[in-house]
Design a protein around this ligand. Sequence first.
Ligand code: SF4
Length: 341
Amino acid sequence: MSSHAWLSHSLTDGRIECDACYHRCKLHEGAYGICGVRRVENGQLRLLVYAKAAAAHIDPIEKKPLFHFLPHSRVFSFGTVGCNFSCQFCQNHEISQYPKTKEHRIFGETLTPEMIVTLALKQGCQSIAYTYNEPAVFFEYTYDTAKLAHEAGLKNIYVTSGYETPKAIETIAPFLDAMNIDIKAFSQNFYHKICGASLQPVLDTLAYAHQKGIWIETTTLIIPTLNDSDKELREIATFQATLDDAMPWHISAFHPTYKMLHLPPTPHDTLKRAHAIGKEAGLKYVYVGNVDDASHESTYCPQCHNGVISRHGHLGECVTNHLMCSGACPHCGYIIKGIWR
Ligand code: SF4
């Protein structure tokens, strides 16, 4: 099944330009976008993975990671094959890079937007996450699903590298409740060489989605020697604190994978150092991930410093929430920003 990839427009020279992500591929008849799942067929851009889910699971919301969004709830998570990035450390490279490495082949189980919403409700989920690969590349599939999900009272989440165009953000914003956006590094060199992308569009997407009122948390996977200097971590934290000091920052431990098997796992001390840098930069909520470290995974009230949500486990998935329904600290009444119900 493929569908019209309508987030695109025709150019005067006969090519079609895709408007889903900052690569803005300009494609002749028969050509594929960088993501490998959008192709011009019969004069129209088609989404080849429409209703074809390559992975679907029920996850704890903390796994996305989102810590200030419906804590301890279940989220229906799915993704397709294909990606607009080519990160050498991708944990999901078997699906994200599949079309690029398998001569444009795709795979996926038929899951229509209607089926996804029905399954999510049946499984007691409160939200749907577009995740595992980059949601921008299957934009029209996310849009149709998100619209139906809202009608059914479910919330929607993008887990993304942040390469959506302003047009994509603007179009999905009425149905998108939260995003976890990667800030993979703060260097153009890193983005270019290791991910096949650029830094500035990610920063622009973050600012624009925030301006649109979408709840945002960010994630940085700390890779030894590549993005773990004090300087770079401080640049990320300062950028984010300037945008919104209440935007949670997740700093995750790297485990050797894919084309980065030669690098060691992130030492725990590095995560604690990054945590301290984030706090020094003024961020109110900084969390470590991929390690079991209750004291750095829990939420503390910025005003009275008491614990308000305790978490432990590698994903922070064991949760005790003491916040009031409004997000108020039960000790001093300070409002912790987030979406709590
Ligand atoms: S979503 Fe795919 S086709 Fe569209 S601009 Fe991005 S890489 Fe190109």
